[in-house]
Design a binder for this molecule. Structure first.
Ligand code: SAH
Length: 248
């Protein structure tokens, strides 16, 4: 079981697989006022940076589930590196339908809400693992600026303008789904650069090492076009944030 191989190639050097920077995860961890021993579930945990750093900084315990064997292995190594392997564990698997055995204080899905078919489905899935009064974290994109056409939206890796909401619409949608928005930390264009531009050097080095790979042409084409696409579209139009929610 794995995600499409192209992501394992382009994001192999990422610690954070979204536009958040390490200081934004630190800000979020502090904002949540986590206590030592708090239990955190993370669906689509990637390379585990959120759980590992919060285990180090706040003494949380937790579990992450991710479909990429590569990212899961990186998360396990990171836990060892930060001395928190006794506090956090990472499972390779499909997070769709995953419900924790023991209820958690914080249930998160940061940038992977397709796992349960979108925001509403993901909130419902996370709620099944959450203790009463617990916090849900959801990381989602939104339009900073509404694209003038579906063609422009497609350059931001959406199918259509309708795929994402504006920030006010997104925040209102959480309320309409019966949740209080109790905290939020937003990414910014510099964070988008960390997420997108990190792929470029990774791709360049991968091409040098794997010139005859079956994905070499695809990676070559991406490296040629991605920097201009990013600065023209994603960087200008797309926002991203993590929203902390509590059921009303
Ligand atoms: N939350 C992480 C990763 C976000 S990127 C971070 O902040 O860095 C989205 C992640 O979802 C990727 O790591 C990808 O491997 C994972 N993923 C995609 N589909 C999945 C599924 N069905 N089950 C579990 N993980 C999945």
């Amino acid at each position: 079981m794995d995600i499409p191989r192209i992501f394992n190639i382009t994001e192999s050097a990422h610690r954070i697989h979204n536009p958040f920077t390490p200081d934004q995860y630190a800000t979020l961890g502090a904002a949540l006022r986590l206590s030592a021993g708090a239990r955190v579930l993370d669906l689509g945990s990637g390379s585990g940076e959120m759980l590992c750093t919060w285990a180090r900084d706040h003494g949380i315990v937790g579990t992450g589930i991710d479909m990429s064997p590569l990212f899961t292995a990186q998360a396990q190594s990171r836990a060892v590196e930060l001395g928190v392997a006794g506090q956090v564990g990472f499972i390779h698997g499909d997070a769709a339908g995953y419900v924790a055995d023991e209820k958690v204080d914080v249930a998160a899905c940061i940038g992977a809400s397709w796992i349960a078919g979108g925001v509403a489905g993901t909130l419902a899935l996370l709620a099944q693992s959450l203790r009463p009064g617990g916090i849900i974290l959801i990381g989602e994109p939104y339009w900073r600026q509404l694209p003038p056409s579906n063609e422009v939206a497609q350059q931001c890796q959406a199918q259509a303008v309708a795929d994402f909401l504006t920030l006010p619409e997104l925040v209102a949608s959480f309320s309409n789904l019966g949740h209080d928005v109790v905290e939020m930390v937003l990414a910014n264009p510099d964070g988008w650069d960390r997420y997108e531009a990190t792929k470029w050097l990774t791709m360049r080095r991968w091409l040098q090492a794997n010139p005859n790979d079956e994905l070499a042409n695809e990676v070559r084409a991406l490296l040629t076009t991605e920097p201009v696409r990013h600065v023209t579209y994603t960087r200008e139009y797309l926002g991203w944030g993590v929203f902390a929610l509590m059921a009303r």
